[in-house]
Design a protein around this ligand. Structure first.
Ligand SMILES: Cc1cc2nc3c(=O)[nH]c(=O)nc-3n(C[C@H](O)[C@H](O)[C@H](O)COP(=O)(O)OP(=O)(O)OC[C@H]3O[C@@H](n4cnc5c(N)ncnc54)[C@H](O)[C@@H]3O)c2cc1C
Length: 428
């Protein structure tokens, strides 16, 4: 059995920042991840709507870390932890493997949650992985090429009015308004709270709502999806129940921890919250173990949001304690540098520190700068800039190129008109 000083699980924001920080002190580290890429999840919606190519947001993690000689990258799915023996078991293409460690950092992220309706996973599209985004992109491509009287194909329901819901709804609308201009579309955005972007609130939430409504999106707040059947979505709100004929439900309403959280909880005696996230100690250790850390979306600590800066800062904090730059047992404190969400082209909201709130074009420029800064890899940044220029200055959708080439004959059969509208029946 192989062994190393530190094993990091996960190649997302938390795992990557932890591994890089450990490399500063040349700590022998093995990063094990189920997926071969480092995925920039905040831009998944742009892959799904053809703005960006998948490769631009998902460089192979082995390439990202190739300059760090003390980091070994392994693709594998961790299935078991023997915390006492300090041994992990993971599945690989060559069968199960084991690895021993002195310290363990777990950053396995989150999965989509369906509020007790797990059966909806098969009836909806989610945006958690690269596969999710390319699956949705292929589906959207089929929808825009469906017969124009196929109302279910041209009606889209996005569930969840947080940043992801706002962004994907805005882009589906824009896809039709600026690229497939002759294809009709009705887009609904359903949110259970009274506002879109509820964590922002006030002026920023109002801006998002007004901007999306002006773009033609039907925003339903204080509304809940109560049933999803073949081509029919039932939404309940203050005005009663309505049924929307739609073949596309994008689910961005809830999260739960990935299955590994339960394995770690069991092995370390750590409690979990209702979403299955690990209730970690203030110093990011897990249960009664000083040698096991958990960070990022799979954890819950002081109500910190499930956002990439939290995962990255926690990754650095855990690594600094391991490499002796921070005293063992030091409580983690999140430095909130603000949040932002794109509403649609040239419009974003930014909630920055010291009460600074930006909307519109200034917000969008801020969003652009920050995302370029954090996008991993120089080539990806250049490619993303080119794609953004084509999409936002022009009206192109570079990500649909491959699909278009595959289906030229299918696309050429479209006879566009704006005649059809979706069927909505209401019962109160
Ligand atoms: C659509 C979307 C939009 C978002 N937008 C924003 C935004 O605008 N701003 C923002 O700050 N945050 C945003 N987030 C949240 C942000 O992406 C997460 O907070 C961040 O990715 C969490 O990092 P993490 O390291 O905890 O997990 P992740 O980045 O999810 O990484 C988890 C890693 O663990 C691996 N893994 C899982 N299980 C196993 C296993 N059993 N064995 C081995 N490996 C495993 C996965 O393969 C993956 O590599 C968004 C998230 C999504 C889904």
């Amino acid at each position: 059995m192989r062994s190393t000083d530190v094993v990091v699980i996960g190649s997302g924001f938390g795992g990557l920042s932890a591994a890089k920080q450990l490399a500063k002190s040349k700590v022998p580290t093995t990063l094990i991840s189920a997926t071969p890429e480092h995925l920039f999840q905040p831009l998944l919606y742009q892959v799904a709507t053809g703005v960006l190519d998948p490769a631009e947001i998902a460089p192979p993690i082995a390439d990202v870390l190739s300059d760090y000689e003390t980091i070994d990258v392994v693709q594998g799915y961790v299935t078991a932890l023997d915390a006492q023996a300090q041994v992990l078991t993971y599945e690989t293409a060559d069968g199960p493997q084991q690895i021993g460690y002195k310290k363990l950092i777990v950053a396995a992220g989150a999965a989509q949650g369906y509020f007790g309706h797990d059966e909806w996973a098969d009836r909806t599209f989610s945006l958690k992985s690269l596969d999710d985004a390319t699956t949705l992109r292929a589906h959207l491509y089929d929808c825009v090429h469906a017969p124009l009287n196929d109302q279910a194909a041209h009606t889209f329901v996005v569930v969840g009015g947080g940043a992801t819901g706002v962004e994907i709804a805005g882009q589906i609308r824009e896809l039709h308004d600026r690229f497939y201009t002759e294809v009709p579309a009705t887009v609904y955005l359903v949110e259970g709270a009274g506002d879109l972007l509820p964590v922002y609130g006030g002026r920023l939430s109002d801006f998002a709502r007004v901007t999306l409504e002006e773009a033609g999106i039907q925003v339903l707040t204080n509304a809940f999806v109560t049933d999803i059947a073949d081509d029919v979505v039932t939404v309940s709100g203050a005005d009663g129940e309505q049924q929307i004929t739609s073949r596309t439900v994008v689910w961005s309403a809830g999260v739960k921890a990935t299955p590994l959280a339960a394995v770690i909880a069991e092995a370390t005696g750590c409690d979990t919250d209702r979403a299955g996230r690990l209730l970690i100690n203030p110093d990011l250790t897990v249960g009664g173990r000083a040698d096991v850390f958990a960070i990022g979306d799979m954890t819950s600590l002081r109500g910190y949001p499930g956002q990439s800066p939290v995962a990255m800062q926690q990754g650095r904090h855990a690594a600094d304690m391991i490499r002796g730059k921070t005293v063992t047992g030091t409580a983690f404190r999140y430095l909130d540098k603000g949040s932002m969400a794109v509403v649609n082209r040239h419009n974003a909201v930014v909630d920055a520190p010291f009460g600074v709130k930006l909307t519109g074009f200034l917000g969008w420029l801020t969003w652009l700068g920050v995302h370029l800064f954090y996008l991993v890899g120089f080539r990806n940044r250049v490619a993303a800039v080119v794609s953004w220029f084509r999409s936002f200055a022009g009206s192109d959708r570079p990500g649909f190129d491959q699909l278009t080439l595959r289906s030229v004959s299918k696309a050429s059969k479209i006879a566009p008109s704006k005649s059809s509208s979706p069927t909505i029946s209401s019962s109160r």
